[in-house]
Design a protein around this ligand. Structure first.
Ligand code: UD1
Ligand code: MG
Length: 467
């Protein structure tokens, strides 16, 4: 989606958000993996705004750090009103000729489509401004859109400043505008603060434009939920629910089966291939890419991971891991950061892997811990194998070769190497290398005492008269 003329964008986000009851600035509270202000700013990017400008105030440094350098920032040190907030950004648009979209940083549900419709409306009619408006049965609290007898937008009057007659108006200002940038910054310095709140209102620009003979176009938006403003954490949760459903629907429309939308949580930056099935109680976060024809969940949590086609991840935890094609994993696998798992690998129940590389076709089927280690291809790691990678001071790894067969309950005391085709006997504590094709056995020999068990039982029966 591109607008006809390159639009610039301004997001007002200097407010404190007292009702969030938080040490975090309001606009940094997250919805589906992104701070709410980033949802607004990224919709602007979606319609072609290259570097949206964000007006920051409370917690400005935190906002800069979190959002990074894809945006420009302007600091409003005192919150004197929305008109003042826009004015402090004037320098950033000195050289910009054309449309400027102004949005509030606490309305994360805005869609790129609405932004694009608004800019088109402003451009098509060559208006000094276009503004979105909605019709609400209960308009209390919002600025009212006042029209003249020809139905043209004449002014916005804040709820607190409305006459009893104006309070009856059901058309409200959801605070999304597209201005001709030059007009906006020419008129803004002349806006006063003679109103009930003693603030510089951006909304007064509408009357100022009309006063000098310009026109303001109204763009009706039917779905008010797009403009839900976040003031407290309950509204945050409700907005998150709506955004989550949008994300799930987009995946579904792209060929992903979402078995139960009510219990599936997929963040905004996740991609999923065609014919993948997402089962209930599954959370996918961060920059995660899931391939096609995978089956994910139920009860699975995946974060910042790369999962190739045909994988099956079942009741597992996967964090910063790359699974190559056709890996089966779970139930109860814990795959931890910096691990890479080759194609056709099988990882079974209660297996933990951390900072390790697992070669293609290897099997680690039960109850194992592999940390800071490298396992070759087509190896078989027996149940209960543990790499002892920490001596209390340093982390060290083990190396297990191609085709190795590690017997059940092997303890590998790092650093130690099992060569290609090497074996270890079940129950061994391996402290030195096992060469290629050799067998490492490191445990006491079994002694069998004939009839011992029977004698022991008999002695108990003698003492106590019964077993
Ligand atoms: C504003 C509109 C009102 C509209 C409503 C919709 C004005 C005067 N009124 O009122 O017509 O119906 O939004 O929700 O604009 N901000 C700053 N600096 C400031 C003040 C505000 O950056 O000095 C930011 C806030 O962080 C917020 C946005 O501007 O993201 C809107 O401010 P807010 O105080 O919520 O305005 P409302 O009173 O809701
Ligand atoms: Mg508000």
């Amino acid at each position: 989606m591109k607008t006809h003329q390159t639009a610039a964008g301004l997001v007002l986000a200097a407010g404190k958000g007292t009702r969030m009851k938080s040490s975090l600035p309001k606009c940094l509270h997250e919805i589906c993996g992104r701070p709410m202000v980033e949802w607004v700013a990224s919709s602007l990017k979606e319609i072609g705004v290259e570097r949206p400008v964000i007006v920051i105030g409370h917690g400005g440094d935190l906002i800069r750090d979190r959002l990074g350098d894809g945006y420009d920032y302007v600091e409003q040190t005192e919150q004197l009103g929305t008109g003042h907030a826009a004015l402090v950004a004037a320098d950033k648009f000195r050289d910009h000729k054309g449309p400027l979209i102004v949005a509030a940083g606490d309305t994360p549900l805005l869609t790129a489509e609405t932004l694009s419709n608004l800019t088109e409306k402003q451009a098509r009619n060559g208006a000094a401004a276009a503004m979105a408006y909605c019709r609400l049965d209960d308009p209390a609290g919002y600025g009212r859109v006042i029209v003249d007898n020809l139905g043209r937008v004449e002014a916005i009057v804040e709820d607190k400043d409305c006459s009893p007659q104006q309070l009856q108006v059901k058309e409200i200002n959801p605070a999304l505008y597209c201005f001709d940038s030059e007009t906006l910054f020419r008129l803004l310095p002349h806006i006063g603060k003679e109103n009930k709140q003693g603030e510089y209102y951006l909304t007064d620009i509408v009357a100022a434009i009309r006063h000098e003979g310009g026109s303001v176009e109204g763009q009706f938006v039917d779905d008010f939920s797009e403009f839900l403003g976040i003031n407290n954490r309950w509204q945050l949760a409700q907005a998150a629910q709506l955004i989550r459903m949008r994300i799930l629907k987009a995946h579904a429309m792209n060929g992903v089966t979402i078995v139960d939308p009510n219990s599936t949580y997929i963040e905004g930056d996740v991609t999923i291939g065609v014919d993948t099935v997402m089962h209930p109680m599954t959370v996918v976060e961060g920059k995660t890419n899931i391939g096609g024809s995978c089956v994910i969940g139920p009860n699975t949590w995946i974060k910042n991971s790369e999962i190739e086609d045909d994988c099956r991840v079942f009741m597992s935890h996967v964090d910063q891991v790359h699974l190559h094609k056709n890996v089966r994993c779970g139930p109860f696998a814990n795959l931890r950061p910096e691990s890479e798992v080759g194609r056709d690998v099988r990882i079974g129940n209660f297996v933990e892997i951390k900072n390790s590389q697992i070669g293609d076709e290897t099997k680690i089927s039960h109850l194992s811990y592999i940390g800071d280690s490298k396992v070759g291809q087509d190896a078989n790691i027996g149940a209960g194998t543990i790499t002892c990678n920490f001596d209390g001071f340093a982390k060290q790894g083990c190396s297990i070769g191609d085709g190795a067969f590690v017997g059940s309950s092997t303890i590998l005391v790092a650093p130690v190497k099992i060569g290609d085709g090497g074996m270890t006997a079940a129950g061994s504590v391996i402290t030195s290398d096992v060469p290629d094709d050799a067998m490492g056995i490191a445990r006491g020999r079994q002694e069998t005492k004939e009839e011992w068990a029977k004698r022991w039982r008999d002695s108990k029966t003698d003492q106590e008269g019964q077993l």
